[in-house]
Design a protein around this ligand. Sequence first.
Ligand code: ADP
Ligand code: ZN
Ligand code: ZN
Length: 814
Amino acid sequence: MSHFINVILPIPLQKEFTYKITAAEADYLQRGMRVAVEFGKSKVYTALVYKIHENAPEGYEAKDIHQILDEKPIVTETQLKHWEWIASYYMCSLGDVFRAALPSAFLLESETEILLVPEFLEEDSLSDDEFLIVEALQHQARLSIHQIMAILGKKNVFPTIKKMLGKKAISIKEQIYEQYKPKLIKYIQLAEVWNSDEKLTELLTLVNRAKKQREAVLTFFQLKSTKKPIKVSDLQEAANTSASVLKSLVDKGIFEYYFIQKDRVEFAGETSEMKELSEHQQVAYKSIKESFETKQTVLLKGITSSGKTEIYVKFINEVLESGKQVLYLLPEIALTTQLIERLQYYFGANLSVFHSKYSMNERVEVWNNVLNNKGKAQLIIGARSSLFLPFSNLGLIIVDEEHETSFKQFDPAPRYHARDAAIVLSNIHKAKTLLGSATPSIESFTNAQQGKYGYVELNRRFGNVLLPEIELVDIKEKYRKKRMNGHFSDRLLEMIQDALNEKEQVILFQNRRGFAPVVECQTCGVSPQCPQCDVSLTFHSYKKELRCHYCGYRQAMPHNCGACGSNELNTKGFGTEQIELELQELFPNYKIGRMDLDTTRGKYGYQKIIGQFQAQEIDILVGTQMLSKGLDFANVSLVGILNADNMLNFPDFRAHERSYQLMVQVSGRAGRAQKRGKVAIQTFNPYHQILQQVSTSNYNEMYKEQMEERWQYHYPPYYRLIKITLRHKDFNRVEEGANWFGKSLTNIFKDNVLGPTTPAISKIRNYYIRHIIVKIPQKQSLVHTKSNIIRIKNAFQSVNQFRSIRLNIDVDNY
Ligand code: ADP
Ligand code: ZN
Ligand code: ZN
């Protein structure tokens, strides 16, 4: 009998691929283990065992596997079930999910290695360099390209290797290696022979004449009395000695080095008592609990600073005590040290953070800790990808700020929505999901209204502080009356000064980073464009350069207009950087800070700015929407929104919903502690219905109005959307392809197909883009719709001239 496995490869294959295994391997292998296999032209991949069976594949000869990489499964059955749902719902391959789910260190890379061809005898034909390599290969079976560079003492070794391949002296092997290296800490101990008290005197006489060595030995015994392993670095410090002194003691056979593997991310285990819930929090807590008796998912709508986190904490605690794991999902930008520290305070040693800013190695550690159900991985806080961790016994998922659009991954596949995928995951584990937000998404609120989710409201801020007082400032009027100073109205400046006089802090929100979005020629009106994308370049004054925010292209700020040569280039619009500069002139005696993508790069970027603001080293903080999430500053009494209109005018059916959410969330940063805060919103259009709704915190009215629009224009939640994107470097090719695809869709779905359309930004990185949207009414079968789309996609890809068009499908497009 022959044995086979079907594997998932980390590439977008529509089907599983089959490999041959031996009977012994069939015995050993289990679903969820990794194997190294060859696929395509001698490329080696890490694949995941998906099925073990006895049926030879049809249409091709199954190859052998190279190597088994695990001793036990690293992916669980529940995960596989969840992956299957994601692949089918979001119309992608299991390989896409596999690649997204595992830390990249688990997806081994192939690295070229050189082997000696055993039959090779004609050593006389070799040059000096070639001879050196052959000689080295006689001592060591394989050499990497790097090692060969070292042996030959030069970088340019490819010609030599190529010649030797031609002479059939060597061959190339595609070799797999593990990238993950646990961090090792170097410890020191007494060599076995000296390890008794009687030997101590003998030992001291031995080092009697070497003063420094004697010191080190004595200090070692002092440290040893604490009965803890002794780090080399600790001993060095305590004895005030050098590494070389310790090394000579090791060389003498007195000490030995040893290593202990240490997790990279470790929190001190100090925990503290939980806060007592206020009366209103208590009521909300009880209703959530009651709701969970009949519903799997509950939506908590609690205004900003109502203390939602403290309620989550109570639930987390209960679930942990029952011996189950908890996942706390947050949008990336809300994953701040502030919140993490708060949770550490309660759950210290039981908590791990899974964050894209953590290194590959740190992520592998969290994965392994979750897989092995380690104590420190009982509560995981993370952004959307932490959904893919190998939980064995999940009891609760919290999705905080559930309305955040960054929960949806839009590129690459799987284009999943973490909130929705979390609810499914929670179902598989028979666990509960708690969604929380001050401004729920229209989708979730609808599900709550319809009774699909339980629903609980918390309408009071903790400590009964009132929601901030919101003032709309009409800047059209202010410009007319010449009451503007740069981008600031006299009213906003007055409010800032008042706050500063009271020694309070101010947050100013501006949606765009950079100095000025567009540079425009005064003479001919042309703006410099990105050569690769269909967008104007953004001016960054700090480096005096123009940048593309889509592809990263940058160039120095030109002195003359590229079109007419005029030297009157002006900036139009404004970003965070310009606001910061204006503020420095307006308030020279105060410290201004800026928080946006440009100032928060690197792992500790946010932390530093937030820390400074919290320590009140910064008086006014200017920032993008990064400012709106998960931050709790006691001393902020004023929030200013510099321009509400650019959000409202964004061409997207969710623009109004999002503007509402963003403005309410940003406003929520004001007056959190004792005093009622203030918010000033500058706008050209103070009568806009969304601004009215923001200023009165009228979520229900916003919801009602938006629902009417969604109904009228056939948008979610009444209709589901599937967006198909086509991209190609050749304008005509993508045009033809999109028309073909659009027509085929229209044949089936009639009026419910929108497009093909050219998006507002029609070219990115030299690829022309077309969109087609399929709208799916509630009563139409989603499964049928998807299989029809897949059929059309397959037909499309079998047309020769369309094959090179990049195509992707986005379900529940955001
Ligand atoms: P939300 O997440 O709803 O915006 P938070 O959970 O951040 O609100 O709470 C706002 C502030 O009130 C925080 O500083 C928090 O420490 C404090 N707070 C909330 N609930 C309590 C409580 N029960 N006891 C003491 N302080 C609380
Ligand atoms: Zn570009
Ligand atoms: Zn010009």
